[in-house]
Structure formats: C-alpha cells, structure tokens
Design a binder for this molecule. Structure first.
Ligand code: MTE
Length: 772
C-alpha cells in the first residue's frame, strides 16, 4: 500500500481552497433559473387568493383567457394526479379548491408568451368569495370557539398542528432547590430569507415525463411533489438544480409547490413552462421564519448551577403544515440550550392560522428559543452577580454529560473550549472595563457587550432519520480528471468546494482535477434534503466512501502497471519502490484502466449514525452529533435616536474538523450579518393575514455598513468520528448564536431587557426609558 511521502502536496482537507463556483458567478456565466430559455416556453403567473379564509363561490377566468398573449389556463381540473403537495403531511393542496386559507394561496394558473402578458392576464381573474371567520395569532387560534383551520388529519388537536414535549426529572423539585428563579416572555416576528435570487423553476415535458430546472435546495422533495401532482412514476420526473442564489431554508419546501404548479401547466400545454416570482410575490407568499411567543422559567443555585428549566412556546405555522412539525421539533430539542439541567419541562406548539405557511429558515425553529434561553442566562447572571460567560461555562455540556433529552454525549463536545476561546480573543474583561469607562464618559451613547452559547444537532435527527442518507458517484475520466455527482446542493454555502476537497483528499489527487456535476436526481440515489447543515457530514461521508472505492481500484491498476505489489507516491506520481524511474501519473493510470476496459466509476453511500426518540416523554438520542458556538457582540446605542450599531464581534465555533477555513469563515460572517438583521432591524408587519409591504424598501436587511469590520472568527475543532476527516456541520450555527449575543448586548447597553425582536429604534428608546 502506498503512503503519502515527502514531497507530495499537502492534504486538501483543512486548506482554504478557493471556491470552485466563484469564477463563473463573478463573471456572470453561472446560469440561474431565469437565465434558461427553452424553445416554445411559456411564462406562468399564479392567480392567488385575496382573502385569508373564504369559500370560493365563483372563479371567473374568462377575462384571463382573452388577454392578448395568453396561451392557456390551468385549474384544479387540469391536475392529472393528486391535488396535494406532499411535504411531511398531505394537507396542502396544489391549487385551492373550494376554500382558501391564506392570502396568496394559489387558485389557478395562467400561461402566456411573455411574463408581462401573464401578469396582466392574472390580474383580470374575477373571484367571488364568501368570507369565513379567520384568525392570525396562535393565541386566538387555540382559544375556544376559534374557527377550524387545520385539517383534522394533519393536526394533533384543533388548530394545534403539533404539541410536543420534553419531560425530564422533577420540575417542582428543581425549582424548590433553586436560590434564584428568573422568568420571562419573549416574542419574535417573521424573518424573510432575502436570498439574492427569487424563487424560480422551469418545467419541461420530456421523454414522456417531466424535467424541472430550478433554484432549489432539495431536488428529491421536488421530484416527489411533481410526480404526485402529475400522477407519474418517480423515474419519469427528473429535477436539475440550476445555479442557486441563496436558499437559507426558503428553497427547502417552496420549490416543490412552485415546480408542481409549473409542471401542471407544462403537462397541459405540452410546452416548457417558466414560473419565476418577482420579489414582492416572493416575500408575500412564500415561507419565512415562524413568529413565536416563548415563555421561560429558569432556576439556579447561588453558584450558578442550573436546577430547572420550564418552557412553553407557540409558533405561528400558517395555514398548512408544510415543515412546521419538523421546525417545532428542532425548537423543542434546542429549547433547554447547551446546558446540563437535571429537571426540564418543555411544551411546544405549532399552531394553524390564516397566514402564509412558515417553513425552514437557517436554524430551523431554534433561533426563537435561543433568543429566550440566552436572555434567561444573562438575566440569571445579573441576579447572581456572576459573569455571564462564567455562568455559561459552569453549566456547559461536556463529554459524558446528559442533554435535556437524556442523551449522553460521548465525543466531540467543544463548547467549553469555545467559551474559553471567545473570552480570550474578545479580551472579555478588558472590553467590559472599556465599555464601563465609555458609559461613564458619554452622555448620549451607551455601549453594551453580550454573549451567547448554542448547540446545534447536526442532520435530520430522530424526527426524520429516514432522510439522513446520501449517495455519490465518482467517475474517473480517461485523462485522469474526475467527475463527482452528488445529491445535495450548492446554494452559496460552499458545499461544492468542500465536497470536491473531500473527494480529492480521499483519492489523493489535486482538487483542481475534480469537477462537481450539476445536481440531477437521475444521477444519484435519493440523498435526502440539503438542510440541517448535514452536507459536509453526511454527503461528505458518501463522497469519501466513493473515493475510497475508486482509490482501491486505481491502486490495483498501479500495481498491474508497475508490476509490483507495493508502490510509493511522489508528488502525484505512483512510483516503483526499487526503481523510481518507473512511475505513472494518474492520467497514465486512467488511460491504462480505460484501455483495459476497467470499471472507472464508483458509487458511495452514507447514512447517519442511529438516533432514537420517545415522543411521549421527549427522551432519546435526538441527534447523532452536535456542533457548538460561543458568540460575543459589542453594540453602541444612541440614547437620543434609539439607533443601535454593532461595533465588535467575536465568534468561536466547534464544528469538528474544518474542511475549508475560508468558506467556513464566510459562513460565520454571513450568519452574523443575518443574526444582526434578525435582532435589530428585520420587521415584516402584517395585518389580517396580509404582509403589508413585501419589498426591500420597507423590510430592512443589513448592508455592509451594519456589519462591523474586523469580525474575529476562530474554530476549536473537536473531531467527530462519524464525519469525514472529523467534520461536523456548520452552516446554520453562526446565525443561531449571533442574534442572541446582539440582543444581550442591547439589553446590557440600555439597562433593560429586550423581550421582542427586532430592536428597532422605537423599541430601543422604550428600553432606554425603562432602563436603569
Ligand atoms: N449560506 C449561503 N451562502 N446560502 C445559503 O442558502 N443556507 C444555510 C447555510 N448557509 C445557506 C448558507 C442553511 S439553511 C443550511 S441548512 C446550510 O447552509 C446548509 O449547508 P450545509 O449542509 O453545507 O452546511
């Protein structure tokens, strides 16, 4: 067997390989969904409900059909298969039949030669409604006498789509033994994904089936939805991901609905059908982060040891289940935080209302509860007169500890190291002294510093272990280059580069030799969704599996070529151990394999380590491994205007082995920016179920000016034995940790606890007025 020898290029995993997709994107050569044009293509516009809850008495599309440029119309009657978009439940129709349940729900479709004509035609739809009583707030939806919104077969009880619990220890005992108890209610609104590229798909009838090209995260979900509405076998539906300008969870389930809409039109007209949302339609009608109402009670001993946590939270799911049960479950498991707590009670509810269905968003149900549990930790620290980082460190989960769900952590727990490192790189004590001095000096400004710690269950966890798998296919070309096909997607997070690095390192070849093919459901087995920060870990293991299989075959070929049982590797040449003059490059080996009719392809497969869960008690091994982080934010509040600026940020992560430090750093800084937006500015008001101003004119996301320069990012790498080269997930964690650190910093600066996001100037002025 060969060994890496002196002179061979360094391992690729762990190095800052430039992103493979960067050049095409920067040059404008990458082709996004709306760039694709097919011969005979029509443009589709969705006719949507104007009412939050109503019976559709009449749907008059005569004006739509007679609009110049219109090619066709599709209604429920044109759906050849089932009028259901299957997600976790089967409660959401593709096109609303008799009853609409939210403003923006699809009713019918119009196809025209141009997008303008389709829009003009859609506006001519005449819909007569008979309004039904509607509710928009989860509290109202659960009140006695609330109108039924959830379908009974998709709900635990009434409008409670789901009620989930954790029960651990004895709560009364835990609070009885607490020296200090803090309590609070917290509230958060929507957060919009604000991906650069809006949603878009093109359905193309092909080979007796349907191919859909689109901007999407989860091609196999889309395949399932399109097959369901067209009544086709899965093998007749092919999904190809186009270059994707961001997803952040917003392209997890929504593309299933949009692709199925476009597919119905394409099927009926036998023409390619493009459906691209403009920004306002996208913001108004597609999923967003669940608004939530969250109540916490936390007890601790005088030395800071946590004794009990009680949580009750309600997420506004919207009119259909979509992903809410999974979002709620992640929120449930993450609600107690990354701490050792002997007594825990959590009750989590996702509630149906007549609002746009909420769904996946980076963090997936955890950021809302993290805001609350990290606020509680700071509140406790204040009451105990204890350093907030010290309080967190004392309670931080370590190897051998039991989580709130009773899972014993056996490896890879870098939380305490993250806290220590964050303390060090932020110069925690010195900065606090500087902040105090600033606050004494300044009349109209206040600074505050805040910390947060989080844990993140990597992968689908025990809610959906059947999805935690991945396939990969590696093809050695006759010239020694390699094509890699995977089933998980690049959406900006750097997965393509990371997976190519894993393949290259597994094969022992330069990363430049690897090309990652566009994701296409016909190329690889169902690899689960690109969510839950699972790509590096689960997809990475499948790539490594394929690479190892192919490498063994390459090594057999080398032995046959060199005529010796052993060989060495010098640089990228395979050498005869006794006669270094006899050597072959990978290209020569590949050529040899090709001429000798060897199989030059290898498939790889991975499935996550087992997990388990008892829904009655909320006990079990919820996730196969966890990532951890500690963030520290420094803010400056203008006491006269209420404006808040984040002026410093330190982020330390344990995501196991870091495959690419540059893309990892990019993920952390991007997540911090998104967290700053969530905590400080992203506000999407709605009235009677209608998003009021669906545009970036009124929905403010952070710009470069809102993100501090010089963000310090560090990694402590606690390797995970089940991940490729020891890697765990990272993608979502930076967003999860960042907003809570900012919120705590705002509370510290104003001297009053922030209990609702976002901390817009009006809210901050209230805090200032209430503050000490
Ligand atoms: N980063 C960018 N630039 N764009 C994205 O859409 N999505 C986030 C995160 N980082 C996203 C991103 C979400 S929601 C997830 S689940 C992870 O990336 C997925 O990537 P991973 O599985 O490669 O960690």
């Amino acid at each position: 067997m060969k060994r890496r020898s002196e002179g061979e290029s360094d391992p690729i995993v762990g190095t800052a390989v430039p992103r493979l997709d960067a050049e095409a994107k920067v040059r404008g050569e990458a082709r996004y969904a709306d760039d694709l044009v097919f011969s005979g293509m029509v443009h589709v516009k969705t006719i949507r409900s104007e009412r939050p809850h109503a019976r559709v008495v009449r749907l008059d599309l005569s004006g739509v059909g007679s609009t110049p440029g219109v090619v066709g119309i599709a209604t429920v009657a044109d759906i050849p298969g089932e009028n259901i978009v299957p997600i976790i439940y089967r409660d959401m129709p593709l096109l609303a039949g008799g009853v609409v349940r939210y403003v923006g729900e699809p009713l019918a479709l119009v196809a025209a030669q141009t997008r303008d004509a389709a829009e003009e035609a859609a506006a001519r739809a005449q819909v007569a409604y008979e309004d039904l009583p509607a509710v928009f707030d989860p509290r109202d939806a659960l009140a006695p006498g609330a109108p039924p919104i959830a379908r009974p077969d998709a709900a635990d009880e009434g409008n409670a789509f789901n009620h989930m619990v954790i029960r651990k220890g004895n709560l009364a005992h835990g609070f009885a033994h607490a020296d200090v108890i803090v309590e609070g209610e917290y509230e958060v609104g929507y957060q919009e994904h604000a991906y650069l590229e809006p949603q878009g798909v093109i359905a193309v009838p092909e080979d007796g089936g349907m191919t859909v090209y689109g901007t999407l995260q989860c091609p196999f979900y889309v395949q399932n939805a399109v097959a369901n509405v067209l009544g086709l076998p899965l093998a007749r539906v092919r999904i190809v991901q186009t270059a994707t300008g961001g997803g952040f969870g917003g392209k997890e389930d929504v593309p299933s609905h949009l692709a199925a809409l476009a597919a119905v039109v394409a099927w009926k007209l036998r023409r390619p059908a493009k459906l691209v949302l403009d920004r306002s339609e996208d913001i108004a009608t597609t999923s967003k982060r669940h608004p939530g109402i969250i109540r916490y009670r936390t007890g601790a001993k005088r030395d800071g040891t946590l004794t009990a946590v009680e949580v009750e939270f309600y997420y506004n799911a919207g009119a259909y289940q979509t992903l809410s049960s999974a979002v709620l479950w992640r929120g449930l498991v993450h609600a107690p935080g990354p701490y050792r707590i002997p007594n825990v009670k959590v009750d989590a509810y996702s509630v149906a209302t007549n609002t746009v269905p909420c769904g996946a968003f980076r963090g997936f149900g955890s950021p809302q509860v993290i805001f609350a549990h990290e606020s509680q930790m700071d509140e406790l620290a204040r009451r105990l007169r204890m350093d907030p980082l010290e309080l967190r460190a004392r309670n931080a989960l370590r190897v051998g500890d039991e989580t709130a769900t009773g899972q014993v952590l056996t490896e890879s727990v870098g939380l305490a190291a993250c806290i220590a490192k964050a303390r060090e790189i932020s110069r925690w004590e010195e900065v606090q002294a500087e902040v105090a001095a600033f606050n004494r000096r300044e009349r109209f400004k206040r600074r505050g510093i805040g910390a947060s710690t989080v844990m993140y269950g990597v992968g689908m966890g025990a809610k959906a272990p059947l999805l935690d798998k991945a396939g990969a296919y590696l093809k050695l070309e006759a010239d020694g280059s390699v094509t890699l096909a995977v089933g998980t997607t690049e959406m900006g997070q750097g997965a393509e580069t990371v997976l190519a690095q894993i393949a290259a390192d597994g094969l022992g070849i330069p990363v430049g030799m690897v090309r990652v093919a566009p994701v296409d459901t016909s190329r690889v087995p169902d690899s689960g969704p690109t969510v839950a920060s699972r790509t590096t870990t689960v997809q990475g293991m499948a790539v490594l599996d394929a690479a190892r299989r192919l490498r063994l075959r390459i090594e057999d070929a080398v032995r046959a070529i060199l005529g010796c049982p052993e060989f060495t590797v010098e640089g990228h040449r395979f050498c005869h151990p006794q006669d270094p003059a006899r050597s072959s490059s990978l290209a020569e080996v590949a050529r040899w394999m090709w001429t000798h009719n060897w199989d030059m392809g290898a498939t790889g497969w991975a499935e996550a380590k087992p997990v388990d869960w008892d829904p009655a008690t909320g006990r079990g091994n919820a996730y196969f491994v966890y990532a951890y982080a500690c963030h520290i934010a420094l803010v400056e509040v203008d006491l006269l205007t209420g404006e808040t600026r984040v002026t410093g940020f330190w982020a330390v992560h344990d995501s196991g082995r870091i495959v690419n430090p540059a893309t990892a750093r990019g993920q952390v800084i991007g997540g911090i920016a998104q967290g700053i937006g969530y905590a400080l500015m992203e506000d999407l008001p709605s009235r009677d179920g209608r998003i009021l101003a669906p545009s970036f004119t009124s929905y403010h996301i952070p710009t470069a000016r809102d993100v501090p320069t010089g963000i310090a990012v560090a990694f402590v790498e606690a390797p995970y034995s089940g991940g490729p080269f020891g890697a765990k997930g990272l993608g979502e964690v930076p967003l999860m940790a960042s907003h809570a650190a900012v919120a705590n910093a705002v509370s510290s600066a104003t001297g009053s606890r922030l209990r609702a996001y976002p901390a817009i100037p009006e809210r901050v002025l209230d805090l200032v007025a209430n503050g000490a």
